[in-house]
Design a protein around this ligand. Sequence first.
Ligand code: PLP
Length: 384
Amino acid sequence: MSLCKDHGIVSQGKIEYRMTVEHKKRLDGIKTYKPGKPIEEVKRELGLDSVIKLASNENPLGPSPRAIKAMADAAQQANRYPDGGCFYLRQALSEQLSVPGDNFVFGNGSDEIIVLAIRAFLELTDEVIIADPTFLIYRIASMVEGAKVKLVPLKDNKYDLDAMAEAISPATKMIFIANPDNPTGSYVTAGELDAFIKKVPDNVIVFIDEAYYEFATGGDYPETLDLIEKKDSNVIIARTFSKAYSLAGLRVGYGIMRSDIAKALNTVREPFNVNSIAQAAAVAALEDTEYLKKSVNLTNSEKERYYRKFDEMGIQYVLSKTNFILVNIERDSAKVFDYLLRRGVIIREMSAWGLKGFIRVNIGLPEENDMFFEVFEEAIKEIK
Ligand SMILES: *Cc1c(COP(=O)(O)O)cnc(C)c1O
């Protein structure tokens, strides 16, 4: 052990493993991601029969029946490894978006596209610029690689692109933009994004995370595919089947980028990262345009009901381009979270994001939303 010590290697507990002091310090400095509580866990722990979850921005409709049928069919072939190149999904997306096939990279959720981009490009001395708060995976994955994270605070619950441009230094390698953003639900406009991209040096990768694209598209929301077509663009766009397409449990997402950037991500990708059932379901989900319309329309009409309810109650919230709303309850959010949980309503309290007194709630089915309104009103009356 003394020899190990001399080399800065630590061993911990009963399990002997070798980790340099720097590496251990790096990992110890990372707060692990805490997901929303699963329904089954809450039922078990609190002895409740009926629990609804509005905590993880999931789609309450359940997958398209066509996707479910495709999953059942694909299950018959589950003895075979999946197609590592996602041939049919690539072809379907390529046609739908009019983007050549070699501009896509597929991932085990779009989370994995974030991780692959970071693994491909970030080195120890590199800087990455991330908003604060925003989606936590950017920071966690960058810290794992030992990159230096520069946090740029939001301004009025929105990305401050001017401040992010000013934060760029010669060491900057990547910039993350969640558009729309999670947890605020706000978005940057086409004009704002254009002006920002013009200020970013050519050797910096701009990662635009469009996990809520299907809810956001239209109006002054940017259509970023044009950026990829410009040969000199270092933009990576990430989208997912988890939210509007309702396939979060299958884990399938994709990135769109210049083909040479795609090649770099594919180099660090595991060969069979997207399973065969997910691939089949995603192809079927893309074909079911009626389902997508229904999903987006339901979200938008129910979101209006949330706005009206909060307005009635005099509760502040951030206007959202997504399927969730960030709400400023101006109360102890852990207490409100607990109150709702005991009544079988799971939401997210935002202290882990540094947002004290905020909760995030996602749009559920109409009856789930009614349930939320009822319990939330009680909680707000009870907890001062
Ligand atoms: C939900 C979400 C994702 C990732 O979802 P996957 O299920 O991994 O595709 C990515 N970015 C943001 C901002 C999200 O909210």
